[in-house]
Design a protein around this ligand. Sequence first.
Ligand SMILES: [Zn+2]
Length: 264
Amino acid sequence: MIYSDHIPEEDLALYALRSLAPADAAAQQHLNRCADCRRKLANILGDLSLVSLTVPQEPLPAEARERFMRRLRAESGAKNVETTSPARTQPPARSWNLFGGLGWIAAAAALLLAAYLGNTAHDLREQLDAQRYQVTQLSTQVSRAQQIFDVLNSKTAKRVSLTEVKAAAQPTAHVIYESGKGALIFVASDLRPVKANKTYELWLIPANGQAPIPAGLFRPDVNGTASVVLPPLPTGVDAKAFGVTIENAEGATTPTLPIVMSGQ
Ligand SMILES: [Zn+2]
């Protein structure tokens, strides 16, 4: 078959889509000698390759192509009957003209293809969105773990211990003792109250291992503070430690355990 006419654009599109099988050989012959049609085909193929970049390379479903080719053959037969009618004076249509009137089929095929590609693209987009979401979630978790690690290992971070705000302050006491003079000053704060019939008693525990020496009775005031100033003590007794016990109101000569406060 020889074609003197150019291949109509919609037929070139079908050729590009490999849906023009019956005329492939003829189209190929024309394309071999016609630069114009080759350029148009290249343009169409360029468009198609752009489309194919966005979707996986999957062939048109076989039944869709079959359906299309059946309609093409039916239309082609009808056209042949019409063009060979005696009422017509024009010469019998060349093969390309058979397709010339089929622009609507090409358009329908293009729509079918577009819808097919569109659905595939839509599915792909959904998969991509789901994967992007997972990647975002993962990277958020990694970044959070990194932040935790950084804070825990920071050398410049300030470290502060917090305790219950309303907790009672711990009792504290300080002794200043001059053994050579037997002089002692004792100041305590945040002491817990004692019962009315009880008292705190301060003891000097000698370094030489002798028995503890009573060093004064004291009761905290309403603010929890108390002091013992210059109690009667022997001179020249080195102190190993000091201790506080709770005794009966009149005091004791030997400490009653437990020792509630001590220091050395
Ligand atoms: Zn041509």
